[in-house]
Design a protein around this ligand. Structure first.
Ligand code: GDP
Ligand code: MG
Length: 223
């Protein structure tokens, strides 16, 4: 599906980075839809989706979408103190992993936030305590998943598979408010989050655009 999507744009960046694939870590609170997003990119089930409270994603699994793009699914935060500690450690290790001590392994981080929640405390904690401690802020992008369910399922048009005008307006405002609140509490100045639905494959292309448009053009050198 994404085999040839914006291939030239991607290759231009890959050339200036100097090696491939581009490694993107997918992070976020448990239940935000990281694994579902992975499946959305691939248009089939590659990552285990957790139903219920017990998170399925305990490991860090990687999935190569194309020769030039690889995603890393991670366990979320928000599962209690002990588990959060364990998951933070795993994510920090990945953020600091290097190729022969010369270059860091990860190139970008995509943080997924549930569009329907006002509580971005777990996201802020993840940013402050894990990501921004170990990773350059300009390589972080934010996206809002579950756009279909942002108003508890209301105003989602199942026929056109899109939000109606009311939900659309709501999502626009939510995106700006999440962007603003992340800036206020973590100092991270991200571009406006994209909203999408992994479940209904809505705006997955926009999400991919967000990644491509924010691809770094330099490798992450170890100093
Ligand atoms: N309505 C709706 N539910 C979703 C969406 N994405 C994920 N979910 C559901 O949210 C739950 C958690 O998803 P999962 O991908 O396992 O989240 P993770 O813990 O971040 O990996 C599952 O029950 C999914 O079916 C979405 O776009 N819309
Ligand atoms: Mg998961």
């Amino acid at each position: 599906m994404y085999e040839n999507y914006r291939k030239d744009d991607i290759e231009k960046h890959i050339k200036s980075i100097g090696f491939h694939p581009l490694d993107v870590m997918v992070a976020g609170a448990t239940g935000a839809g990281k694994s579902s997003t992975m499946n959305g990119f691939f248009n089939r089930t590659v990552a285990k989706v957790g139903e219920g409270v017990d998170p399925e994603t305990m490991q860090l699994d990687s999935y190569s979408l194309t020769e030039t793009m690889r995603f890393w699914d991670t366990p979320g935060l928000g599962d209690g103190f002990r588990r959060d500690e364990e998951h933070s450690k795993k994510m920090s290790d990945l953020l600091l992993k290097t190729h022969h001590d010369n270059y860091y392994f990860l190139d970008m981080v995509l943080v997924i936030v549930e569009a329907g929640t006002r509580d971005i405390g777990t996201t802020n904690k993840l940013l402050e305590q894990v990501i921004l401690k170990n990773f350059p802020p300009e390589r972080v992008v934010i996206a809002l998943n579950q756009a279909d369910f942002a108003m508890k399922g209301k105003h989602w048009n199942p026929v056109s598979n899109r939000p109606d005008e009311i939900l659309h307006q709501f999502l626009e405002e939510r995106a700006i408010s999440v962007q603003k609140r992340i800036l206020e509490s973590t100092g991270l100045n991200v571009c406006k989050p994209v909203y999408y639905s992994a479940k209904y494959h809505y705006n997955i292309d926009k999400l991919y655009d967000l990644i491509i448009d924010n691809m770094p053009s330099e490798p992450r050198k170890v100093h």
